[in-house]
Design a protein around this ligand. Structure first.
Ligand SMILES: [Zn+2]
Length: 248
């Protein structure tokens, strides 16, 4: 099957999964999955966290590619945990994390997730807290098996190499599956771990309800770019597009 038709079918399935809240699979393309689990690191001040989250990984990924996917998800969990720990700040829960502080320097647009109906989000610090709290929700719903199964598809897009990790922007706050489409060509050693982590973090923000564009000053770009720079300031020699070209 041509990869662009396969991609269309997969996106149709992911859309149905979101609308119907089901793990139903349209068996129109030739692939099978294996379930993997990834440990959830402890996070202070959060009760009811599962110890593991689960993903059905497309068997077309190689062992090495599968490991890189696991590492990038673990990296997202690590950055989420660091934010929670720093915000918890020994029990006050008013700390400003490095992630929030870095993102606050650069993001100016699209702070509001799709499902958000509260008061206007005043600043990036608040936006980062809302986003990471939504990661907590995604983790709980997955690990406690409340959301539809998280499926990670292998698909080489057309035009070739034009994509990294694709995720639909979720419209609801609870029971959102952590399903993605990953371009296996972008799991080559030439794409470093930090770039892959940022790409995965960006995809999680889509599942947390944030919209593109994936350009400078938008929350969905600046927040993952802070993760990719290990919360350090931007280096004027390296243009942002060198990072966000790995987003989808
Ligand atoms: Zn995107």
């Amino acid at each position: 099957m041509p990869s662009n038709i396969e991609r269309l079918l997969i996106i149709m399935e992911l859309t149905l999964q979101d609308i119907l809240q089901t793990s139903f699979v349209i068996p129109l393309y030739p692939t099978t999955f294996t379930e993997i689990s990834i440990p959830v690191p402890p996070a202070p001040g959060i009760s009811g966290l599962p110890s593991l989250i689960y993903f059905d990984i497309d068997n077309r990924f190689s062992t090495e590619q599968r490991q890189r996917i696991k590492d990038s998800i673990s990296g997202v969990l690590f950055n989420w945990q660091q934010h929670i720990i720093q915000k918890w700040s020994g029990g006050t829960n008013t700390g400003i994390s490095q992630l929030a502080s870095c993102t606050n320097t650069y993001a100016t647009r699209n702070f509001r997730p799709t499902w958000y109906r509260g008061l206007p989000i005043q600043n990036v610090l608040a936006a980062t807290n809302i986003a990471m709290d939504q990661f907590t929700q995604l983790i709980k719903d997955n690990g406690l098996r409340k959301s539809p199964r998280a499926r990670i598809f292998s698909n080489i897009p057309f035009p070739i190499n034009s994509s990294t990790i694709f995720a639909l922007t979720a419209l609801r706050q609870s029971k959102v599956s952590l399903s993605f489409i990953i371009n296996p060509l972008q799991l080559a050693p030439s794409v470093g771990n930090g770039l892959l982590l940022g790409s995965m973090f960006h995809a999680w923000l889509h599942r947390a309800g944030y919209y593109d564009p994936k350009t400078t000053s938008y929350f969905i770009s600046e927040c993952p770019m802070c993760v990719m720079r290990a919360y350090q300031p931007k280096n004027p020699i390296i243009p942002d597009i060198q990072f966000y070209k790995y987003f989808d």
